[in-house]
Design a protein around this ligand. Structure first.
Ligand code: ASP
Length: 349
């Protein structure tokens, strides 16, 4: 009877039901299986560290051998901080130890190898900041302290001030003479032939046009430690042929150096006047805090929209261990490492 016959579509349904079921099972099976055996999650980053050696590197002028020397030096020095962090040391200790190693390497414009000022001398700036407490310290224009980053840390921990400069900083170093990390040296200790040559060239150039040369090779370090704390440190000889008494962005908290556990730790390098004018360190953090940008996005915006062309670069780390390193100059020696075994070393773009 017609009444017993099902409509054509329904018969089609029945014939299609088994293959459709098989199809559904085969579709669900892999996800069911993978639910039973979850893929390993990427391991959590317990600690992270990044360093830079200045945004002014003229990479196109370097021979392969000169490039390799810089790469080896960055690898050796990032290991100093990586070791402190792997052993459970604090972010501040990792930053101080790493920046000291950078200061001791004559390749960089900080400590030994610092640029010459217009008087043919060396005046060094440095600062350090603890992202957990917002405690910070800086020194400007020191001329006999072998490792300015350590004096900056003592300004933070032993005084109620943030920045000490010139004779005041030297006098404070005299008072800290019992601390093993405060070694004094004659100003000539910082000189190298390579820097003297660059300075003499700059003096000649300056006779033609009134411009200070970017001091290639400022150093910086940003760190996340195993305790979840961030810290940043930066140290420099400043700009080649700078006026006596000029203070750049490096000792100025929020300009060349900044750390806040809620956002990131930042170290900058480049023409310090741009960094001061645009509050680069704090601004990177504010882009994350107030605009909700990721670390990578904040650093991109700072380097490519805020800093003028050829203005410099920054390195930064956030509390998840993400690292961002970028510059709008041709080169910035830099390295990154973390607890997952990541190790990256780069000179140019
Ligand atoms: N920012 C430093 C200064 O202006 C120089 C540099 O990073 O190369 O003192």
């Amino acid at each position: 009877m017609n009444t017993c016959r099902r409509p054509l579509e329904s018969r089609y349904d029945q014939r299609l039901a088994i293959p459709a079921l098989l199809c559904l099972v085969s579709f669900l099976l892999p996800s069911f299986t993978s639910a039973q055996e979850p893929k390993p999650m990427p391991s959590k980053i317990d600690f992270a560290i990044a360093i830079h050696g200045g945004a002014g590197l003229r990479i196109q002028k370097l021979t392969e051998e000169e490039k390799n020397i810089r790469i080896e030096s960055l690898k050796r020095i990032i290991e100093v901080g990586r070791k402190v962090l792997a052993e459970g040391g604090t972010a501040l200790d990792a930053v101080e130890q790493t920046v000291r190693a950078l200061e001791d390497d004559p390749l960089f414009n900080a400590g030994k190898g610092a640029v010459f000022n217009a008087n043919g001398e060396h005046e060094l700036d440095a600062s350090i900041m603890d992202g957990a407490t917002h405690q910070c310290g800086g020194v400007a224009g020191v001329s006999t302290v072998k490792n300015p980053i350590s004096l900056a840390r003592l300004v933070m921990s032993e005084t109620r001030h943030i920045i000490l400069g010139f004779h005041g900083a030297e006098q404070f170093a005299d008072e800290m003479k019992d601390r093993p990390q405060i070694e004094r040296v004659p100003n000539s200790y910082f000189s190298t032939d390579a820097r003297r040559k660059i300075w003499l060239e700059a003096v000649e150039e300056e006779k033609k046009k009134q411009a200070a040369k970017p001091g290639t090779g400022t150093v910086g370090c940003v760190v996340l430690d195993k305790h979840g704390n961030l810290a940043a440190g930066t140290s420099t000889g400043g700009l080649t042929n700078k006026r006596w008494g000029r203070i750049g962005d490096t000792p100025i908290i929020g300009a060349g150096n900044y750390a806040d556990n809620a956002t990131c730790a930042v170290s900058g390098t480049g023409v310090g006047e741009h960094f001061i004018r645009n509050s680069i360190g704090y601004r990177t953090s504010a882009l994350m805090e107030l605009k909700g940008l990721s670390l990578e996005e904040a650093v991109q915006e700072i380097v490519h929209k805020v800093l003028p062309a050829e203005g410099g670069g920054v390195i930064a780390v956030d509390r998840l261990g993400n690292i961002a390193m970028d510059m709008n100059t041709a080169g910035m020696p830099r390295a990154a490492a973390d607890s997952t075994g990541r190790l990256e070393v780069k000179l140019g773009k």
